[in-house]
Write a protein that binds this ligand. Structure first.
Ligand code: GLC
Length: 463
């Protein structure tokens, strides 16, 4: 019980972290935290039970590993997808990127092949990020790729290529829009006023009409969810309620969600519409760049969750970042996430010419090499039952259908591993090569030399 409370607190803290403009923690005033919007009166089009929800999401929970793609005009400055905000650029300042956007090397079949080879089962692409630029031929704006030197609907080609490789397809859609003339300036906007009062913002926003913007979002979401066949995931991003912020009433989150669920009844929806307290208001928790202590608990129940993570910090292509995670770190992240019942959505920020950066390719290849032999410990897996104690410096996952336990040797042991559950083992083998692993009442015996696989896994067939 105590554990559950602590986890709920951790989660609550994570959630409030997601409500501020992400990079600007300094803007997170106490005042903003306290100003909470009224509770939502909300009813879903379909009254789904918890079991039905889990069934709808089964493909996703089994998949465990997906690719996030952040691609837009910000790949040109190549210094963070928030560059327009960080540098307080105006639409005019930013226009040069629109004028020169030309992804002449874009070959989505190659992207899809790389995602598949890495072992990813689904993909989520930014259809529009906060900058407002649209990666498809939307009829509701001129601010779209077809009007740049790119000259074509990038989403169409993307969807076709990934589907052809058998991956499920999702769209990220930014609720924020730093380009649309009716989107009101708020504390996360490039043209924000430092320490501005509500009156300051009201004056600034004269002539802007959020009703128009709300309709624009609905029209665009309708396009995205009707033009490209079955869409498996929609990732709305993000809410920051409170003073000079935006929450569910600003977006009409209820309307957006109903629309999405009506147009694509099986679609999986993230949790950033600011409908957290509403049953059916979200499907997945999405802690960002976080390693959780355990499976999050919400209202006393474990939740389906996905951590999204970057290779190097920025989501969009960042040329000069020197904080790239290594292949072993990324594998550990994936394994640990599954050991806590979560999914990993790992991000790539393609270059403005339309290719995956060489560092991203290197990481994807490394992960794929491991997954080729070891993915059985990931797909369809979850946390081990509580009575299996993880041996020192290992991570456990478990496939409940196959009744197999997977021991991931994060630090390779010196010849043996002390194990408390050998009486429950029927047979054990290395997963990468299917070679027998011997055991007695106390130990599992491993070869002295670490095998040639980044994280060796022992596959245990339980009695
Ligand atoms: C944040 C950021 C954003 C990124 C996203 C991914 O909300 O604003 O740049 O797209 O998280 O989770």
């Amino acid at each position: 019980m105590k554990k559950a409370i602590i986890l709920s607190l951790v989660v609550a803290e994570l959630l409030s972290a997601a409500l501020v403009c992400p990079p600007a923690d300094a803007q997170r005033s106490k005042k903003n935290k306290e100003a909470v919007e009224p509770a939502v009166e909300f009813s879903l089009p379909s009254q789904e039970t918890r079991e039905q929800k889990l069934e709808r999401m089964k493909w996703w929970t089994d998949a465990r590993f997906g690719m996030f793609i952040h691609w837009g005009l910000y790949s040109m400055p190549a210094r963070h997808e928030w560059v327009k905000n960080f540098e307080r650029l105006t639409n005019e300042d930013y226009q040069k990127y629109f004028d020169h956007f030309n992804p002449d090397l874009f070959e989505p079949k190659e992207w899809a092949a790389m995602a598949k080879q890495a072992g990813m089962k689904y993909v989520v692409l930014t259809s529009k990020h906060h900058e407002g630029f649209c990666m498809w031929d939307s009829q509701f704006t001129d601010y779209k790729c077809t009007n740049t030197p790119a000259g074509r609907d990038l989403i169409r080609e993307f969807v076709d290529a990934f589907r052809a490789e058998g991956l499920k397809v999702g769209f990220y859609y930014s609720l924020l829009d730093w380009h649309h003339p009716d989107y009101t300036i708020d504390r996360c906007h490039p043209q924000r006023i430092d320490n501005g009062t509500k009156a300051d913002y009201d004056a600034l926003n004269q002539g802007r009409n959020m009703d128009v913007y709300r309709q624009y979002m609905k029209d665009q979401v309708t396009e995205l969810l009707t033009r490209y066949g079955k869409i498996d995931i929609i990732w709305f991003d993000f809410s920051f309620p409170g003073e000079n912020g935006k929450g569910h009433t600003d977006w009409d989150s209820e309307g957006l969600l109903k629309l999405a669920r009506t147009l694509q009844p099986d679609i999986i929806v993230d949790d950033r519409l600011d409908l957290k307290d509403v049953w059916g208001g979200w499907d997945i928790f999405t802690p960002e760049q976080e390693k959780l202590a355990g499976c999050p608990i919400w209202n006393g129940e474990k939740v389906t969750w996905e951590t999204c993570q970057t290779f190097s910090g920025s989501w969009g292509y960042h040329r000069d970042e020197a904080t790239w995670k290594s292949i072993p770190q990324l594998l550990e992240l994936l394994i640990e996430t599954v050991s806590k019942e979560g999914n990993l959505l790992l991000n790539v920020g393609p270059t403005s010419r339309g290719e995956f950066d060489y560092r991203a390719q290197d990481r994807l290849k490394g992960i794929g090499k491991w997954m080729h032999q070891n993915s059985r410990s990931i797909y369809g897996c979850t946390a081990a039952p509580a009575d299996f104690e993880a041996p020192e410096r290992t991570l456990l996952t478990y496939n409940p259908e196959a009744r197999r336990l997977y021991i991931h040797l994060i630090d390779y042991p010196l010849a043996r591993l002390s194990v408390s559950f050998t009486d429950r083992i029927e047979y054990a083998q290395f997963l990468h090569d299917g070679s027998e692993i011997r055991f007695d009442e106390k130990y599992i015996y491993t070869p002295v030399q670490k095998p040639d696989t980044e994280v060796p896994v022992i596959e245990v067939f339980l009695k």
